[in-house]
Design a binder for this molecule. Sequence first.
Ligand code: NAG
Ligand code: NAG
Ligand code: NAG
Ligand code: NAG
Ligand code: NAG
Ligand code: NAG
Ligand code: NAG
Length: 396
Amino acid sequence: MTVAQQFFIFFCATTMTFNCKADYQLPEPTDVTYRWDDQFQVNVSWSWKKPDNLPENCTVKYEVFRYGLPQSVEPRFRSLINNFTVKYFTEDKRSDHWNISIQAVLDPVCGHWKESRPVIKTIKTSKPRTDLVTDFRCSFESNRTKCFWKPVSESVKLNISYRTSEKNDKIRACDGSTSHEKDVCYLNVNNLQFDIYVLVETKTGRNTFKPKIVTPLPKMNIAEDKGKLSLTWEDPRPAVGKCRLKYSVYVTECNSSNVKTLHTKEPPLNIPYNKNCQYKFRYRVQTDEYCISVSSDLSEVITHGENRSPDEMLTVIAIVIPIILSACVILSCYCFQRNREIFCPRIPDPSTIFKEMMMTGNKDSKPISGNLYTPVPEPTENITLVSGNMVPQENP
Ligand SMILES: *[C@@H]1O[C@H](CO)[C@@H](O)[C@H](O)[C@H]1NC(C)=O
Ligand SMILES: *[C@@H]1O[C@H](CO)[C@@H](O)[C@H](O)[C@H]1NC(C)=O
Ligand SMILES: *[C@@H]1O[C@H](CO)[C@@H](O)[C@H](O)[C@H]1NC(C)=O
Ligand SMILES: *[C@@H]1O[C@H](CO)[C@@H](O)[C@H](O)[C@H]1NC(C)=O
Ligand SMILES: *[C@@H]1O[C@H](CO)[C@@H](O)[C@H](O)[C@H]1NC(C)=O
Ligand SMILES: *[C@@H]1O[C@H](CO)[C@@H](O)[C@H](O)[C@H]1NC(C)=O
Ligand SMILES: *[C@@H]1O[C@H](CO)[C@@H](O)[C@H](O)[C@H]1NC(C)=O
């Protein structure tokens, strides 16, 4: 490469850099305003003036980005329209304001134009975010939805209302219960088609969130069947509507510290069964991926069977059976002693017969046979009785 060529490349590069620096920048959006459609949804709009020298065929889009939210992984999105609505829930954030960034960009890249500087707007709620309830959950019943919660403060009166994610749905009050249930109210929602948005307010504070939808735990049945354990569940409808369920079971077998996780959508769930093992189960149910998320709590531990090693079985045979046998023998001896006369009826002794014959006529004679067969005193009972007192008593 000659010096002239090198100089030419250097010259070109410099010119290009110079040209880049000479790019035109788009003007930034102006008049960013926002309006709350309701307590859950905010509509942000802005103006933007197209520069006169921007070629007609360049397409300008607005890149919008929310930040200041804990889960700020929310993707930036590009839109051709100068307004948008966004859902906001107080659980999204530790405070009641967050920032939105709007920037005019060229999509696709167009000539030597480059994007505008971003405009940042802080969006605020009309009431500050306050923690008013914890553990707010709802469960579907046949016709309605029951919600329950723990109030953060017993003394504060809460106003609880809701809407669904259906477009333009209106906020309605959550009906108090007709009985005297505490911290319970009912939504007029009877399907899982839309998300539920709940609003909890006091005069000074607000909580908005999507409640956790739960289903009561359906009872699990365990049956032994040809070397297998067969797990089945009671039908949890109507708590899950038309949704299909996924059952998750956490099993530990014997003493193992590994927990095996099994899933099924179609019970029974069969697992091989070792009779010498104790099985511990916990389970939960949840709706499958094609439905709104509804889940149950995790069950308590349910045990089935006993931990036994085969050696233990031999020990059982080697110790318990002899004990039982000797107990039987002792008992039968005892019975035999007591009922000797039944088992061994008195057989007349030939010598006695002879003596009796000899003494016939002797009026004074008395049969002595009775003495011969007087039952032996029964020592067992006495020994048992005195055994506690055999210890010599010492004078204090
Ligand atoms: C939001 O914007 C305001 C004003 O531009 C700024 O003072 C504040 O630090 C920003 N907040 C966050 C979380 O970025
Ligand atoms: C919002 O966008 C729509 C187009 O979807 C447009 O018709 C309307 O004028 C815009 N509103 C404002 C206030 O700019
Ligand atoms: C936001 O509000 C404007 C009027 O201020 C309206 O024209 C526009 O359709 C709304 N945007 C959405 C996405 O609803
Ligand atoms: C716009 O038109 C000019 C010619 O008028 C052309 O050079 C350029 O590539 C076009 N840009 C786009 C993004 O279509
Ligand atoms: C379900 O709702 C209908 C109409 O709202 C009502 O007539 C019926 O009694 C309700 N059934 C139950 C079990 O609550
Ligand atoms: C409760 O909230 C609803 C919805 O925001 C509202 O219409 C109603 O007036 C409130 N009631 C009280 C007593 O504050
Ligand atoms: C089970 O574990 C305990 C201690 O974790 C141990 O003492 C016992 O021997 C184990 N039993 C079997 C059957 O493995």
